[in-house]
Design a protein around this ligand. Structure first.
Ligand code: NAP
Length: 286
């Protein structure tokens, strides 16, 4: 890996240097891209710009890794008058569907290209350039952005028009949140009956319910390690997006409703910034 800039490569502006954006900016830098970054809370980085307009200026690609739709609308609104049709906006933040549609409309008015490109993969995957992007949008725009997206990902999944990736991302996070709630309940029950956590972890691994998520989260919940890969408050936000999508479609979704309430309760107890596996704190008496 080199940190020397290759002038033949496009310039990428990264907005949002949280768990994921900071690691993606590093990956792009290490692969020779000219990177400009901006974060609401200033970060000590050589590529930091003091305001979003300076970060956007001259960038071929604008990659957003912000918390939610509110943040995305705020930041985008502050730069949109400066954007040019030659620029491409890549939204990687998990936002509500209305915000994705709003952003697509704003980009269309400006004439710049846009991809609805949320991702799966967490802190470790981001640090390895191994995210998986779900992409909604024009296939030609995707092909022109592919080289940039590949730096931070191991897989790119085109899903259809703008909005399709947002909906799939929210739906898959419904599964992850519900799964971790189920794992927390199972761990609480097996603990109560004197069964060692390793026994549950191994048994789940041999069960049809076994998953990468279960193998990651069961061992850490069992020892009360809630180091943040994906925060509880961000998963709570996504559960609310799922409830909104379900409600708008006239669907009852009691499972995610209960899990969302459990996450809200833990956030109110001061655990918002812990990993979302802090759902187990409802049972963790250590
Ligand atoms: N971590 C994961 O495993 C994962 C996986 C899939 C998808 N995602 C999604 O990817 C996005 C980024 O995730 P993350 O884990 O990197 O989140 P994070 O660590 O919570 O970082 C959030 C970023 O958003 C910024 N932000 C929040 N509110 C803002 C506002 N009003 N205006 C401007 N900036 C604002 C924060 O800036 P400050 O530093 O100033 O607070 C920070 O840079 C989120 O939408 C998340 O749901 C994350």
């Amino acid at each position: 890996m080199s940190s020397e800039t290759d002038s033949s490569l496009p310039t990428v502006a990264v907005f949002g240097l949280g768990i994921i954006g900071s690691r993606c900016a590093d990956q792009l830098l290490n692969q020779g891209y000219h990177v400009k970054t901006w974060n609401r809370t200033p970060k000590e980085r050589a590529d930091s710009e003091s305001d979003p307009i300076s970060a956007a200026e001259g960038a071929d690609y604008l990659a957003f890794y912000l918390k939610d739709g509110i943040a995305l609308r705020e930041v985008f609104s502050s730069i949109q008058n400066q954007l040019k049709p030659s620029q491409t906006v890549l939204n990687h933040s998990t936002v509500d569907l209305e915000t994705t549609k709003w952003l697509a409309e704003q980009c269309e008015e400006i004439g710049c290209s846009f991809l609805d490109a949320p991702f799966t993969g967490s802190k470790v995957a981001a640090g390895q350039g191994a995210l998986v992007y779900y992409v909604g949008g024009d296939s030609e725009v995707l092909e022109s952005a592919r080289q940039v997206l590949e730096i931070t990902s191991k897989e790119i999944k085109p899903l259809g028009p703008v909005g399709s990736a947002t909906v799939v991302k929210i739906a898959t996070n419904l599964i992850s949140a519900s799964t971790v709630q189920a794992l927390a309940e199972a761990l609480a029950i097996t603990n109560a009956y004197g069964i060692q956590p390793e026994v549950l972890t191994e048994s789940v691994a041999s069960n049809a319910s076994g998953s990468v998520l279960a193998s990651m989260k069961l061992p850490t919940m069992a020892i009360g390690d809630y180091d943040t890969h994906f925060s509880l408050e961000n998963m709570l936000k996504d559960s609310r997006f799922a409830l909104q999508l379900a409600g708008d479609a006239g669907l009852e979704t009691p499972g995610i409703q209960a899990t969302s309430a459990a996450m809200e309760a833990q956030c109110k107890k001061g655990h918002a910034h812990l990993d979302f596996s802090a759902l187990f704190k409802a049972y963790d008496t250590a």
